[in-house]
Design a binder for this molecule. Sequence first.
Ligand code: PGA
Length: 252
Amino acid sequence: MRKKIVAGNWKMNLDYGQAKNLLQDLIQNKDKFNKDTEVIICPSAPYLGVFAELTADHDWLKLGAQNSYFIDSGAFTGEISPTQLKSLQINYCLVGHSERRDVFDENYDLLSKKVKALINHDITPIFCCGEQLQVRNSNVYREFVMKQIEDSLFSLSATEIEKVVIAYEPIWAIGTGKTATAEQAQEIHGIIRARLIANYGEKIGNNVSILYGGSCKPDNAKELFAQADIDGGLIGGASLNAEDFCAISNSF
Ligand code: PGA
């Protein structure tokens, strides 16, 4: 059975005090979060060590990193390795967020290596994909998104792909307040699911959670999460508010 997931991508927001306050707010509201939902937060890397200690008794709240390199250790100044994340008991890591692809030029090949390295360290990659506005308007957006997935994920074995979470995030909807309609999101989620099934079989294709991201908020999450192939959300802006994030977790 695939998991229902709500993951907060805090991006490069909040100073240390603000981040700890937000974590405290989430913990204080723990009883209000949906018990059947995997709740994940991805704070900035420097906070992960302390957050791992502060959440050690809170199994309901999982930690994710926003980025990781694919090599275990060595002369890679400024990078974080999957081994280091694992040593902090980090369960998840974002890979290929559009901001990493666009601002830091991360390409298919690099992303594919990152996914593989995380799986090898038993950290679940949350693999992001999604098209720019011009691609959406040019009408080749289906092929574009599928190429992102095929190029970076389809060299994985069946057991490996089951360990991946996919997040479809149309770039034109990220941080713009302009969310995809439930139909637009479901169309792509349905195509992704169909391709997973065609490639890996029914059982495995149906086991992969596919999240939607892009201006997902308490007032649109219900309709999005009601779609057949939308298994939750990757939440940016709204995850910086404990009440909104909690409301989204209860939108299934
Ligand atoms: P948003 O960001 O919810 O603020 O649109 C989503 C994301 O970038 O993951």
